[in-house]
Design a protein around this ligand. Structure first.
Ligand code: AMP
Length: 291
């Protein structure tokens, strides 16, 4: 249940993007609209706490007014999408998911989407230049003024270096790398059992978060996996197969995990055990977020 609710706002961005994204800047403004909507849906910001977040809680800040730049880090299926809305609500800064932006571009059939489609479906990584361009445009939007949460970016040390250079230009730096840790064998079960409701992004699991339509002993299929709220069929992401996941995990260990060594010397990496129930993960996350 919490899994379903927790990620229900993510695809808002996807839906908005799918309708119109045809360039990097359009990706940015649509994502900002989604972010505005998401912020409207959560509680009003607490000015005092915001001030503390922006000014006092950045071990790596270069200036008192530096942005909060957080990287939500972890393998596919670690629970980044489920935990992100709570982090967004707590810090009152937007979540920028390169995966969501790219999927929206693919769904819209834009030039970016055409370039990304096949490599995404096979579980590979799109080019550093492509994702860096998307992020460069997106973080210039007004809603990123106070900071932002990067989800799915950077994915390579090269991307991390390009991000650092980008931030340096405005006197900013990565303030927190929140790394969710889950063993690979657990991820396979989580990912390969995941079904989503495309229109809303509500996420289900054949074992851990079953839709009401899946009766005891039923085989998961489009006929038995229906969205609780609309009754519409659920679908599996094209890259949520065992084959694609193997490639994604391989890429994660070889290319993405070294990013932790890149940021460790700055003292900004915080690791959290994410192989526990979502509420327990959130308790650990809260403990390392800026107070
Ligand atoms: P995600 O939803 O974060 O798992 O991303 C889905 C897919 O989008 C990945 O498997 C990649 O093909 C692509 N992708 C997302 N973010 C990046 C990135 N930072 N660098 C390269 N490819 C990415």
């Amino acid at each position: 249940m919490s899994l379903v609710c927790a990620i229900s706002l993510r695809p808002l961005m996807l839906c908005l993007l799918a309708g119109s994204a045809s360039s990097f800047s359009m990706l940015g403004s649509a994502a900002r609209s989604a972010s505005d909507a998401r912020r409207a849906a959560v509680r009003a910001p607490d000015d005092e706490r915001l001030h503390a977040v922006r000014c006092c809680a950045q071990p790596n800040a270069l200036a008192a007014e530096s942005k909060m730049v957080m990287i939500l880090f972890g393998p596919p299926g670690a629970g980044k999408g489920s935990q992100a809305p709570k982090v967004v609500e707590t810090l009152d800064i937007p979540q920028l998911s390169t995966g969501d932006m790219l999927r929206a571009a693919v769904a819209a059939g834009s030039e970016v989407g055409k370039q990304a489609k096949s490599v995404m479906e096979s579980g590979g990584l799109v080019s550093d230049e492509l994702v860096v361009s998307i992020i460069r445009d997106r973080i210039q939007e007004d809603d990123c003024e106070g900071g932002f949460i990067l989800d799915g970016f950077p994915r390579t040390v090269e991307q991390a270096k390009m991000l650092d250079a980008m931030l340096e230009g405005t006197g900013d730096a990565v303030s927190l790398v929140l790394a969710l840790e889950v063993p690979d064998e657990v991820l396979t079960e989580r990912i390969c059992g995941r079904w989503v409701h495309k229109a809303s992004g509500r996420s289900y699991h054949v074992k851990f978060a079953k839709p009401k339509s899946l009766g005891e002993g039923d085989e998961p299929s489009e006929a038995t996996m229906l969205d609780d709220e609309t009754g519409e069929p659920l679908m599996q992401r094209a890259d949520d197969t065992e084959e694609a996941l193997g490639k994604r995990l391989q890429g994660y260990h070889a290319q993405t995990v070294p990013i932790l060594d890149h940021y460790s010397p700055a003292g900004v990496v915080k690791k959290v055990d994410a192989n526990v129930k979502p509420d327990a993960v959130w308790t650990s996350i809260e403990a390392v977020l800026p107070k």
